[in-house]
Design a protein. Structure first.
Length: 418
């Protein structure tokens, strides 16, 4: 790196540290008892014990000041990836042998029988027309990720998954299987003993299964045979792809790169892409430039979003979620139906017969005692959480309430349902 650019980078870092120190000094510590539990002069916490006021003040700072210089800065390496530097998925079809009677049933899995017959024929054994009853063989699919810049002879881990009705792959060995890419070319070959984390055991009246015994892994079980050509050092233009597309984040990344390199080499073209023109001094030495750029720190931005998983009742809200003042009333409608069958017995000398007469009891509970609750306009995420918790509702009820608040136009955030 030339001396003027290194000096500019050092001055920028020093200015950021001075601004962070001034901001921390301007924010006085909350009132609390003096002693080792307080805050030291450099803004660090010297002890685990703090008063209730200090605890609340620290929480407010964490939520309201999360956009400060010292807390939300992230490396460009963690925010974006270099376009073209990625892994590729490969897969193959093979057979696992050596199972202890837990393999495929050949009558129910014809592909296993065909694969076994074809393999034996390649080895000079003719079994066509013969009856095979082995249960020690299973047809499997092998998947793996081919890492970027992987060279011939490099080992990689592979995942083996049963394809038929095999009960377990424990103790099995995968025979040599080619792994193909999306273009149909063979990029690796896998073989080796399969290791599984689950097990299954059964008897006539009981059965126990722990984990998934039909999926296993082979550590270093794949051998790379073909390389993917990608000349990174010969590129004239570099594209950075943001993992979370955002216009503000893309602009901040470009500004940080331009401040470090000098000039207008980086330019955001859309919310997910920053195009970088390689300066002349870095031509043919792309690794040197990327290692410096990856360590630059910027503050990522994100839109206000509420993520809801209705299946598990999980709610995740970002720090920028805001709610206008709104009144909320919630009441569950519960319908309970109980059956109490009764026996109708005829007289002793009658010609009737004994029958079971159904008797149903239906009860409806509307919980009409709930009143309107006021959720005040929130400025921070902590105030929003406190307002929702004041309703005394569980996550399941909050799902519907958040969606209703959004429909009323009082929730300034996007709702994403998983």
């Amino acid at each position: 790196m030339p001396r003027p650019f290194r000096l500019r980078h050092l001055l920028t870092s020093l200015a950021a540290l001075l601004l962070a120190g001034a901001a921390m000094a301007a924010d006085p510590a909350p009132a609390g008892p003096a002693g080792p539990a307080g805050r030291s002069g450099n803004g660090t916490n010297n002890g685990p014990a703090r008063s209730g006021a200090a605890e609340a003040g620290a929480t407010r700072t964490a939520f309201a000041g999360s956009g400060g210089m010292g807390t939300a800065l992230s490396r460009i390496k963690d925010l974006a990836s270099v376009e073209g530097v990625r892994s590729n998925q490969i897969l193959g079809y093979g057979i696992v042998v050596g199972l202890n009677g837990t393999g495929d049933t050949l009558n129910n899995a014809p592909f296993t029988k065909q694969s076994l017959t074809a393999m034996l024929e390649r080895l000079g054994v003719n079994t066509r027309g013969a009856s095979m009853r082995t249960a020690n063989v299973a047809a499997v699919m092998i998947t793996a990720n081919l890492p970027p810049f992987a060279v011939q002879g490099t080992r990689l881990d592979v995942t083996v998954s049963a394809l038929g009705d095999a009960k377990s792959l424990q103790g099995g060995t995968l025979l040599a299987t080619p792994l193909l890419g999306a273009d149909g070319e063979v990029y690796a070959v896998s073989q080796g003993p399969v290791a599984i984390s689950g097990f299954s055991a059964e008897a006539e009246a009981a059965k126990i299964t722990r984990g998934v015994p039909t999926v296993g892994r082979i550590a270093n079980g794949g051998l790379i045979e073909r390389e993917i050509d990608f000349a990174l050092n010969k590129l004239k233009t570099l594209r950075l792809s943001l993992r979370n597309p955002d216009l503000t984040t893309a602009r901040r990344i470009a500004a940080a790169i331009n401040d470090f390199i000098g000039g207008d080499a980086a330019e955001p073209t859309d919310p997910s892409t920053v195009v970088l023109q390689i300066p002349a001094r870095f031509q043919g030495n792309m690794i040197r430039m990327l290692t410096d750029i990856e360590q630059l720190r910027v503050e990522p931005d994100q839109g206000a979003r509420v993520v809801i998983d209705e299946r598990s009742g999980i709610i995740v809200m970002g720090k920028d979620v805001r709610v206008s003042t709104v009144a909320v009333a919630q009441g569950n409608l519960t319908v309970t139906i109980s059956e109490e069958p009764q026996v109708s017995q005829p007289n002793e000398f009658g010609n009737g017969r004994t029958v079971v007469v159904p008797r149903s009891n239906v009860k409806v509970d509307t919980e009409g005692t709930n009143k309107l609750a006021l959720v005040k306009e929130s400025v921070t995420l902590r105030e929003l959480v406190d307002g929702l918790n004041a309703l005394g509702l569980g996550p399941r009820d909050l799902l519907s309430i958040l969606q209703a608040i959004k429909a009323a136009g009082a929730l300034q955030a996007d709702i994403e349902v998983m």
